[in-house]
Design a protein around this ligand. Structure first.
Ligand code: SF4
Length: 134
């Protein structure tokens, strides 16, 4: 099973268990940075849940998913005892286009990532390997 399959399967499983009650949204400290998410928390949760199954979500759901900082506070609030933080994580991955879908939220470009990988690789590779791979 590939990572993409896991993201799809887990997303579908968790979406089926989520009632879109919005308790996770109401508990989230990051809604201060996405106030639209609080207008109708069930609608926001519905949008997040839709992303889990490859849907387009909705504006408040996307706004909320985009500001998730993985505090985990949402998981404690879920009356269904779901790991809401994991739902959010999967929804964020889908919204960022992890499965070759068009990104629906801004994807931060890490321009220093390649340089850091190379710097670390220089510590572990032989000169010959560096000449071949870097
Ligand atoms: S993850 Fe839990 S708290 Fe959040 S909407 Fe779904 S059922 Fe409700």
């Amino acid at each position: 099973m590939t990572l993409a399959d896991r993201i799809r399967d887990e997303g579908a499983r968790l979406a089926a268990a989520c009632t879109a009650c919005g308790a996770c949204v109401r508990a989230c400290p990051m809604t201060a940075y996405a106030p639209a998410a609080l207008a109708d928390t069930s609608l926001t949760a519905f949008g997040m849940r839709d992303l889990l199954t490859g849907g387009v979500g909705n504006a408040p759901g996307l706004a909320w998913v985009a500001v998730c900082a993985r505090s985990g506070v949402c998981s404690d609030a879920c009356p269904e005892h779901l790991d809401a933080a994991f739902l959010l994580r999967l929804a964020q991955m889908r919204a960022k286009g992890a499965l070759d879908e068009a990104p629906r939220i801004p994807v931060k470009e890490d321009t220093g990532f390649s340089a850091r990988v190379k710097a670390f690789a220089r510590l572990t590779l032989t000169e010959g390997e560096q000449a071949e791979w870097l």
